[in-house]
Design a protein around this ligand. Structure first.
Ligand SMILES: Nc1ncnc2c1ncn2[C@@H]1O[C@H](COP(=O)(O)OP(=O)(O)OP(=O)(O)O)[C@@H](O)[C@H]1O
Length: 599
């Protein structure tokens, strides 16, 4: 057989229903597309006028949207450049031949591309997602008769003369039976506000202007005051608390991006605050799901990003494969880091005061983005129990003096529950050790991240062991007890601690006789499993601990000679449990009764 070559033909009749049904996942998008077209047409006539290619009156350029429930129509009217019959044939009848693209190419020199929304030449047909018939009545700015185009959604259309005398275009949708909910004015208003709240041309609906055509992100930062940023924040989130500060993004190379990102005040419930960044393309709202454009840890920010380089009919897969999207993502990260750096350098006190909120972003960034650590390392703060803040460098210097072990490792001590760990904190203070507070949800991951970045540096929780072992300076102190006595004491406590370890230590005489420490390594696993939401092996296991017995305490010497007389061992053991918050239920009741009995 002879080899035959050919081109696969695509039949419009087959492809049209696909465009109508599947191009956009959400049928309310039709209004976004048609209003965007009206905005484009309006911007174009303004452009032509400013270039002297149109010398008539521009007049009032408001775009009108109206609903006629009786006639079952939705009409979008603009006073833009209009179309001649020939142009309708060219731009509307040829799907995917975008007039917008041609316009930009033609006026490439003078035209600011970002003012033109249309890119694909498909948006108009989204009208058929809700309409059974669509009419276009349009009069071009050129001296040509008005025209009417009509289609019932098949591939047939008709073009005829129309009566219209005013320049501009009316798009009339005859709403389909299964889309009649779009005839509710409240629904149309809600969609208009959602997508068109910041469109650059005034949109009138029911005699009200529904949009703010000059949102702050299109202005230059130099013309804006703090009040303007705060007022805009309130416009976006009427019920939100004032933001801490903001970043005005303004990039024109290698991609276009404008926007304002706000740092909200955040507390521990930060996970609930997603979906607060709105993504726009040339002032048309696209989505508040910005996961591909904004790095994960910055999705906790609020505000607006606008980029014409993000395609309008956003589909997830397209976004991910788009090179611009990746660059935008990196740029935003850099800008945020720069801003934080600037704040830190310019007003360290204010930065420290806001650290509770800022810290969450920074920590999240460090945990989730390998590179962010390098950008942030100079302004990562550690706060101690006295409220003093240190950068990592400052803290390393601080630890050099008193918290370095015999192998030259710096050991930071921390508490994650200042109340509960009070006795250990005061023990640390007695030895002039510093204690950092790590008490937010991300801290266990954050600690790991820092340890992995800084050599010869680790953190241990104040109650993870005796101080001599936490920071092992190689000094040996002796216990007053003999080997026999030690054994006896150990046996006496063993009876109560089950499988946990009894550890007899040479502690100062004035330190408590018995305490409970929870080894760092074990506890970290348990903490991490909790944060990750999985019980896991360590999450479900009862916490293992070590019972530290102060071999130099008089009460312990007493046990060595007298054993558990008067229930002394049990009493000391319960006190140790109590100070770790581990005594509860019946054991606690018995402890109280026993103690009262002795008074
Ligand atoms: N209201 C209007 N006034 C004047 N011309 C219009 C109007 N609506 C559509 N057009 C013309 O029809 C063309 C096709 O519109 P369509 O919405 O299908 O595509 P687009 O706007 O170019 O791109 P997109 O698919 O991104 O919306 C437009 O480029 C424009 O030339």
């Amino acid at each position: 057989m002879v080899t035959e070559k050919g081109t696969i033909s695509i039949n419009t009749e087959n492809i049209f229903p696909i465009i109508k049904k599947f191009l956009y996942s959400d049928n309310e998008i039709f209004l976004r597309e048609l209003v965007s077209n009206a905005v484009d047409a309006t911007q174009k006539i303004k452009k032509l006028s400013s270039m002297g290619q149109f010398d008539g009156e521009l007049g009032d350029l408001k775009i009108g949207v109206s609903v006629d429930k009786e006639a079952k129509t939705i009409t979008i009217s603009d006073k833009g450049l209009g179309m001649t019959a020939e142009e309708i044939k060219k731009y509307i009848n040829q799907i995917a031949f975008s007039g917008a693209k041609e316009f930009v190419e033609k006026y490439n020199e003078q035209t600011d591309k970002s003012q033109i929304i249309g890119q694909f030449g498909l948006g108009f047909y989204s009208a058929f997602m809700v309409a059974k018939e669509v009419e276009i009545i349009t009069k071009s700015y050129k001296d040509e008769p008005a025209a009417r185009w009509f289609s019932d959604g098949s591939t047939e259309f008709e073009i005829s003369a129309a009566e219209k005398t005013e320049r501009g275009t009316d798009i009339i949708l005859h709403v389909a039976d299964d889309a009649e909910d779009f005839l509710e004015e409240s629904k149309i208003e809600q969609i208009l506000v959602k997508y068109g709240k910041f469109l650059p041309v005034e949109i009138e609906f029911k005699e009200n202007i529904i949009n703010n055509p000059n949102p702050i992100w299109v202005k230059s930062p130099s013309e804006l005051k703090d009040e303007d940023y705060i007022a805009f924040y309130k416009e976006l989130y009427p019920y939100g608390e004032d933001p801490l500060f903001w970043i005005h993004l303004n990039v024109d190379y290698p991609f276009n991006l404008t926007g304002v990102l706000y740092f909200p005040k955040v507390k521990q419930d930060f996970q609930l605050n997603r979906e607060k960044i709105q993504l726009y393309s040339r002032q048309v709202f696209i989505t508040d799901d910005v996961k591909d454009v904004v790095p994960e840890f910055l999705q906790l920010l609020h505000g607006v990003i606008d980029s014409p380089d993000i395609p309008l009919n956003v589909s997830r897969s397209y976004l991910q494969s788009d090179g611009n999207v990746k660059r935008i993502n990196q740029h935003i990260t850099k800008k945020v880091a720069d801003k934080l750096h600037e704040l830190f350098n310019n007003d360290r006190k204010a930065f420290e005061d806001k650290w509770e909120s800022i810290g969450l972003f920074v920590k999240y960034g460090i945990i989730s983005d390998e590179k962010f650590y390098d950008r942030a390392k100079d302004f990562i703060l550690l706060k101690n129990i006295d409220g003093q803040c240190f950068t990592l460098e400052e803290y390393k210097t601080k630890l050099e003096a008193n918290q370095k072990d015999k192998d030259g490792n710096l050991v930071g001590l921390y508490a994650n529950d200042v109340e509960k760990q009070d006795s250990f904190i005061s023990g640390a203070k007695k030895r002039e050790f510093d204690v950092i507070v790590f008490d937010d949800v991300l801290d266990s991951h954050f600690i790991n991240a820092i340890e992995s970045k800084i050599e010869k540096f680790s953190f241990k929780r104040v109650d993870a062991d005796t101080f001599d072992k936490l920071i092992d300076k190689g000094l040996k102190s002796e216990v007053v007890l003999s080997e026999d006595e030690k054994k006896k004491v150990e046996e006496a406590f063993k009876e109560f601690v089950g499988t946990n370890i009894v550890q007899i230590e040479a502690l100062p005489v004035d330190e408590i006789p018995v305490s409970i420490v929870v080894p760092e390594f074990m506890r970290r696993y348990a903490d991490m499993s909790k944060v990750n939401g999985q019980g896991g092996m360590f999450g479900n296991m009862p916490m293992m601990y070590n019972l530290v017995v102060n071999g130099n305490h008089p009460l312990v010497s007493k046990i060595a000679t007298e054993g558990n007389e008067n229930g002394l061992v049990k009493q000391l053991y319960d006190l140790a449990l109590l100070s770790q918050g581990m005594l509860s239920g019946n054991a606690l009741t018995q402890f109280i009764e026993r103690t009262v009995g002795k008074l």
